[in-house]
Design a protein around this ligand. Structure first.
Ligand SMILES: NC(=O)c1ccc[n+]([C@@H]2O[C@H](COP(=O)([O-])OP(=O)(O)OC[C@H]3O[C@@H](n4cnc5c(N)ncnc54)[C@H](O)[C@@H]3O)[C@@H](O)[C@H]2O)c1
Ligand SMILES: O=P(O)(O)OC[C@H](O)CO
Length: 332
């Protein structure tokens, strides 16, 4: 399998960083962005001032507003916010050749349908070859050429290896896997858990509470991933533990910084006011809660976080609800 051109759908921070990384890997890249000002600033100054300021972009990246321009690409990286994945893929469907590898890079669960992004792809472009790229990777770091490692999953392991090879570069290292569900679940839930960790930080509950949320949050990811048919060992990798640790440890995370603001006493509306970038944990929390209830899987930290975000519980009530649960064995 040979890949020469990559199409990136979504000119936000992560789409732009992945375009930069794919160019560094030697691919010709077409980046599709919705916002005229993004297209204009990349064309005029090689910068995405709106979503990834301060990073000069590789000359191998061409930018367009038109999805049709991606029709001849050898692979596609799909990077819209998760709640817009369905509409984005539906718009791209007429240009997708049968078998085209579409790598889903967004982290979330669709509200309403409670579907993972691979389910959304299967419903919108059933002839595509689905893959997932997920793991600890801040766009600003990847775009600046700092080292990172991610999980690249595809049901066909040979294809996963080929795609990992195509996207790998001197400082971007995808590990390949065949478990799409495990790879997706880690990315979707860690965002909600990062909000919880931010609340702990903002409320100054201490490092011990922070470590407890990460560890028990990980247990929640494992339970959900396995209930959906994914593997616990996948979640133990970069797309689960790796991303949970990164996102729960740095205010550079939009999700953690939302939690920080809530912990410091701001309302959700105040914390999100004026933000153009997406906090996927906020967007996905209701779907995570509904899905895990439907699955009959216990996810108390995600539940409490969703309740705080929905205004159903105060931060103090959420803490009390978590600490007063009946004692249980650490491993089920
Ligand atoms: N930023 C990161 O460091 C990072 C890293 C890994 C994964 N991700 C994931 O990548 C996905 C995209 O995040 P981002 O950081 O690139 O976004 P962003 O916050 O930088 O930008 C917002 C994006 O939303 C798009 N958008 C707004 N309205 C839209 C609509 N109606 N339809 C389609 N798109 C619309 C904008 O065009 C823009 O691309 C998310 O799922 C996120 O979790 C982000
Ligand atoms: O800024 P966040 O919280 O959306 O996190 C970005 C990436 O998902 C980290 O891997």
């Amino acid at each position: 399998m040979e890949f020469h051109t990559a199409g990136v759908i979504g000119g936000g921070a992560w789409g732009t960083a992945l375009a930069q990384s794919a160019a560094a890997a030697g691919l010709a890249v077409i980046l599709q962005a919705r916002e005229p000002e993004v297209i204009e600033s990349i064309r005029a100054r090689r910068m995405n001032d709106a979503f990834l300021p301060g990073v000069e972009l590789d000359s191998a990246i061409n930018v367009t507003s038109d999805l049709a321009d991606l029709a001849d690409c050898d692979l596609i990286l799909a990077v819209p916010p998760a709640q817009h994945m369905r509409a984005t893929l539906t718009a791209f469907a007429p240009y997708a050749r049968p078998g085209l590898p579409i790598i889903l890079c967004s982290k979330g669960i669709e509200r309403g349908s409670l579907k993972l992004m691979t389910d959304v792809l299967a419903e919108t472009i059933p002839s595509a070859t689905a893959a997932v790229l997920s793991g600890p990777s801040f766009a600003a770091e990847v775009a600046r050429g700092l080292p990172s490692a991610v999980t690249l999953a595809c049901a066909d392991l040979e294809m996963a290896e080929a795609l990992a090879g195509a996207l790998s570069g001197p400082v971007f290292r995808p590990y390949f896997a065949d478990d799409l569900i495990g790879a997706e679940t880690g990315g979707a839930l860690k965002n909600v858990l990062a909000i919880a960790c931010g609340i702990v930080e903002g409320r100054e509950l201490g490092r011990s509470a922070h470590a407890a949320v990460i560890t028990r949050g990980y247990a929640e990811i494992v339970r959900v991933a396995t209930a959906l048919g994914g593997k616990a060992e996948t979640v133990a990798g970069l797309c689960g533990v790796g991303d949970l640790v990164l996102t729960c440890s740095s205010p550079q995370s939009r999700n953690m910084s939302l939690g920080l603001a809530l912990g410091q006493g701001l309302s959700v509306e105040q914390a999100l006011a004026g933000k153009r970038s997406v906090a996927e944990g906020y967007e996905s929390a209701p779907a995570v809660r509904e899905l895990t209830r439907k699955l009959g899987v216990d996810t108390p930290i995600c539940e409490a976080t969703a309740a705080v975000l929905a205004g159903e519980m105060t931060v103090d009530q959420a803490i009390e609800s978590l600490m007063s649960r009946p004692l249980k064995p650490e491993r089920e």
